[in-house]
Design a protein. Structure first.
Length: 153
């Protein structure tokens, strides 16, 4: 990796909560597992009930998660992730439908590929899992706020 690539990679990982505190070599090792994905406005990214074998890290655009009745469960903005529960729990089906509200671009990481790397490096595994726990805690806090707001109506 040359200096310019290293600088670009550093700027990407600094803005992604799931990669927070990783060194450039650690982040590069995980990013090698990623596949770039692009989604057009209105496109279904994930369908509730479908197989869940990957996590998406949104780099640009705007996505929305909804349940089967159309209730908005959350918004996904650049730097956010979706699908991390399947990576941690092995849950095999999606719990929400995710649609693109605008043209969007992100990286996906497969569960088996990520775990193969994490199992081979304790320090990397600890950092990534701590980051994922933090991301999930932030989502729970957001859901609690939504419930509180809804309860006041």
């Amino acid at each position: 990796m040359d200096v310019e690539q290293g600088a670009r990679l550093k700027s990407v990982i600094e803005n992604l909560a799931v990669f927070r505190w990783l060194t450039i070599p650690q982040a590069a090792r995980i990013l090698k597992l990623c596949e770039q994905r692009r989604y057009r406005v209105g496109m279904t990214v994930y369908e509730e009930g479908s197989a869940s074998e990957e996590m998406l890290i949104l780099l640009s655009g705007h996505l929305r998660a909804i349940n089967c009745s159309g209730t908005v469960l959350g918004e996904i903005h650049p730097g956010d992730t979706t699908g991390e529960m399947s990576l941690l729990t092995g849950r095999i089906t999606r719990v929400a439908t995710v649609i693109a509200l605008e043209n969007s671009h992100g990286f996906t990481i497969g569960r088996s590929e990520l775990w193969a790397v994490l199992k081979s490096n304790d320090a990397l595994r600890i950092k990534v899992l701590e980051n994922m726990v933090d991301v999930l805690c932030q989502k729970i806090e957001g859901a609690n706020h939504q419930v509180e707001t809804y309860a006041k109506k």
